[in-house]
Design a protein around this ligand. Structure first.
Ligand SMILES: Nc1nc2c(ncn2[C@@H]2O[C@H](COP(=O)(O)OP(=O)(O)OP(=O)(O)O)[C@@H](O)[C@H]2O)c(=O)[nH]1
Ligand SMILES: [Mg+2]
Length: 434
């Protein structure tokens, strides 16, 4: 699927910008997969001098196989379009869980987890260290090859490190990995973190203890003198989950739940990466300039889902009412505490041409400004920008709401995740605490 949105093709109007990505764990894999699957990167690689490096790291290989397939077919597509294959580098690394003795100092009663299940953060971190020995560790080699490929292009670039904040594998490794790869990347490549928040359909992962520690680790890294990150996007998935699951109750419960999880996470990851590469990454670079060393909230506010609440062919007035209703839900599901205020907001609306895009833009501006901008949007220096894109699916509308300047305590998930952490016993706490 490739977006018909014309700005994507407008690569001659602005300097080219390369995008690279390292995904860790299941969520990280979805972000890398988004770049391999949606076609925008492929179009970018048609220009001489560009490059794209992708690296996937996980413990176990359950969540690596599908992106591996997409990488193989992307290589084939590049070949069929006559695009030099050497512009694209892809590698996936599946790490084993070693014997307990190899994992360093752990509490005596700590169970050794199974690859494929949740790996506590401390164990993920230990596995990272074990495989990162300079010159010989498999991760050290993979990071070096990733960086070497990024260095084959002299264009400015952004390399993402993407992962799920609520998991253990990605969140336990991400910051150490950021430091390790930063030391290998050329100065022309900035490193940017992307951490996805859990949502209320996530079962045990929802506001997990790991998420509390993960947010602490991001906060600490951004504040450190050795901060390797030029920005950090916290991606909120709750509204996409709510929009898919509200009013849908057919199907077998187990199957339905897994399917909805997959659809939500793919939608959110695709939306983020579509934003990151759009308009030659000029939107991404502008948003990062407003980051001010804090987190930038990226809320994928889904407003409609095909065939839910409104059916194809139903009157436009019904569409309008549903879109307005879900715009009103933005503050409820954004993941930001009510007290959060910032001086800049930008919103990217994606809707089909038969929806009333003006009305969507106006309502989003009203809701986002009044809730989050200093002085309700009229404060000194407060600014709001809106962009519209035509979406290929005529029954889907969503807005990416981008709000920079958030600290961990501005995220409602922080206190909720801390409450999960506080409930753990001493051993479990030690295992998530790094
Ligand atoms: N159920 C489900 N959840 C997903 C999927 N893709 C991403 N997630 C999200 O994954 C988050 C948990 O983090 P993971 O990415 O699974 O964690 P991990 O880095 O693999 O770490 P582990 O806990 O060790 O497996 C949850 O908040 C989910 O929303 C998916 O396809 N299915
Ligand atoms: Mg995992």
């Amino acid at each position: 699927m490739s977006s018909p949105h014309p700005a994507v093709q407008a690569t001659t109007a602005q300097p080219l910008h390369n995008i690279h990505a390292i995904g860790i764990g299941r969520t990280g894999a979805a972000y890398v997969e988004a770049l391999l699957r949606t076609g925008e990167i492929e179009d970018l690689l048609a220009s001489p001098g560009t490059s794209f490096a992708a690296l996937l790291i996980d413990i176990g290989d359950d969540d690596i196989q599908v992106p591996d397939d997409y990488a193989r077919s992307m290589k084939a597509r590049l070949k069929s379009r006559g695009i030099p294959e050497e512009r694209f580098h892809y590698e996936s690394v599946s790490l084993p869980v070693p014997a307990k003795a190899a994992l360093g100092k752990l509490p005596k009663d700590a169970p050794v987890p199974q690859a494929g299940g949740h790996i506590p953060r401390a164990i993920a971190k230990a596995i990272f260290t074990l495989n990162s020995e300079a010159g010989s560790g498999p991760l050290d080699g993979a990071l070096q090859r990733f960086a070497d490929h990024a260095a084959t292009s002299s264009l400015a670039a952004t390399a993402f490190i993407a992962y799920g904040l609520a998991g253990g594998t990605g969140s336990g490794m991400a910051i150490d990995l950021a430091r390790a790869v930063k030391g290998k990347l050329p100065a022309s490549v900035q490193l940017v973190g992307v951490g996805q928040l859990s949502h209320s359909g996530d079962g045990d992962y929802f506001n997990s203890a790991a998420q509390y520690q993960a947010l602490d680790a991001v906060d600490a890294a951004l504040g450190a003198s050795t901060n390797p990150l030029s920005g950090f996007f916290v991606v909120a998935s709750e509204q996409s989950w709510q929009r898919l699951t509200a009013y849908t109750s057919t199907g077998l419960k187990e199957v339905r739940q897994r399917f909805k999880q997959m659809v939500t996470n793919r939608f959110v990851a695709d939306s983020f990466m579509r934003f990151a590469v759009s308009a030659g990454s000029t939107h991404l670079l502008r948003a990062l300039q407003h980051g001010r060393g804090k987190c930038t909230l990226f809320d994928v506010a889904k407003l409609s889902h095909p065939g839910v609440q409104v059916l194809p062919g139903e009157a436009g007035s019904k569409w309008d009412a549903v879109l307005q209703q879900w715009i009103g839900f933005v503050p409820k599901y954004s993941g930001l505490a009510d007290s959060f205020k910032t001086d800049y907001a930008e919103v990217h609306v994606h809707a089909s041409r038969n929806m009333q895009v003006d009305k969507i833009e106006d309502a989003l501006k009203e809701v986002v400004s009044s809730h989050y901008l200093t002085g309700g949007g009229s404060g000194a220096g407060a600014s709001y920008r809106s962009f519209r894109n035509e979406f290929f699916d005529v029954l889907t509308a969503y807005g990416n709401v981008i709000l920079p300047g958030a600290s961990k305590s501005d995220l409602s998930a922080y206190a909720a995740s801390k409450a999960s952490f506080d409930k753990l016993g001493a051993t479990a706490k030690t295992l998530e605490m790094v």
